[in-house]
Design a protein. Sequence first.
Length: 431
Amino acid sequence: MENRTIYAAILGLGTVGTGTWKVLQAQKEEMQHKLGAVIEVKKILVRNTAKAAAKTGLPELVTDDWEEIVKDDSIEIVIELMGGLEPARTYIREALEAGKHVVTANKDLIASDHGHLLDLAKQKGCDLMFEAAVAGAIPVILPLKQSLAANHLTEVMGIINGTTNFILTKMAQENMEFADALALATKLGYAEADPTADIEGLDAARKVAILASIAFNSRVTIEDVKNEGITKITANDIRYAKEMGCCIKLIGMAHMAEKGIEAYVAPMLIPESHPLAAVNDSYNAVFVRGDAVDNAMFLGRGAGELPTASAVVGDVFEVARNIVHGCCGRVSCTCYKQLPVVAMEEINSRYFLRVQVEDKIGVLAMLADVFAQHQVSVEQMIQKRRSGDFAEIVVITARVREGDFRKAVECISEKPNVQKVDSVIRVYGAD
Ligand SMILES: NC(=O)c1ccc[n+]([C@@H]2O[C@H](COP(=O)([O-])OP(=O)(O)OC[C@H]3O[C@@H](n4cnc5c(N)ncnc54)[C@H](OP(=O)(O)O)[C@@H]3O)[C@@H](O)[C@H]2O)c1
């Protein structure tokens, strides 16, 4: 086989950049056999060059000058692992303009701008790959684009944030409250110093935008994806979910409904029998439904130095193979449809509602009345326990329009004999 060297540059040598560097070193002996080429890192771009030089032991590779990379015609692959929107977007655009192939793990950027970047890549005949941007190590982007291309997919739903899955697992298995489980996640390094993007569902929403676009061949951006986090979930909710044979998971949902694409992130009661219910701790999983494949699930590590690098280097190898065989840009943008994204109030779901009411005759009838006035059909209404003059009522609805349900809840919360609406959580149910 021809002895070809393909030069690459890594932008960013933090968690994923360091993992990518290590995995590329560990694969050195195998590359020629796997790819018909050897990938050599020619430059590493960072801000703090001394730190990166010490990490690699190769100061000659390290630079803080992007021009050294973009103007070097021998560099064919740019691996963007800096994160953030800028300067990552500008560097990726300039790399593609210069005819370089790009691999990135940047979910923020891909979720907001993958259409324009993929269009540019196509125009330039370049590869732009981003497997690591969704669910870290788990192969899901290329499987959706290639292995499952023979399907009309109807649903892609997943546990796509490890921090929140760790927190919910601890709450369920060790009866912890949210704040204690978050403190443990921070102590063990599963949560960042500022965990807002994780616990409020924003990180998962970025991944839903990417998954929905690929699954349904229609562009969905982060602005289209409503996110609701797990900060309001209590140990009580989890206990009631267990009594109903369910667990609570933060679900990223991309669903093909009659009116268009439903794309959102929300905590959800999932039946224990669903494969996603068994996905615990910081693991991620993506569950796919299609007309030919039926159901399939992908499970693995959603973050971390080496797991994320596994996905990054997998993409780099794919690009290298394409370069060797002269077929770059084979799998470009797959968004050839223009489907509407359904407004949240139009989405139909089942709901779990927990409410504290005065323990008086007629209160249950009042609740039933409000639901009926708002076209909300109730499956179960159970009085759970009494505390002083108040009783806790749990309601499970049939599939109802979100707009109607929210109005009913608003109306209930304003009734004089209602002390407090404690929880409103979706209940998963396939169409
Ligand atoms: N961490 C994960 O498990 C994970 C999983 C999936 C996807 N991702 C994605 O992977 C990307 C990288 O994440 P990370 O956790 O590795 O980040 P990180 O640890 O914060 O590392 C970022 C690196 O980029 C460098 N950098 C930042 N801005 C730069 C600039 N303007 N010019 C040059 N270098 C710059 C930093 O250099 P200095 O140190 O010199 O400032 C640092 O080496 C992000 O897009 C993230 O969303 C991460």
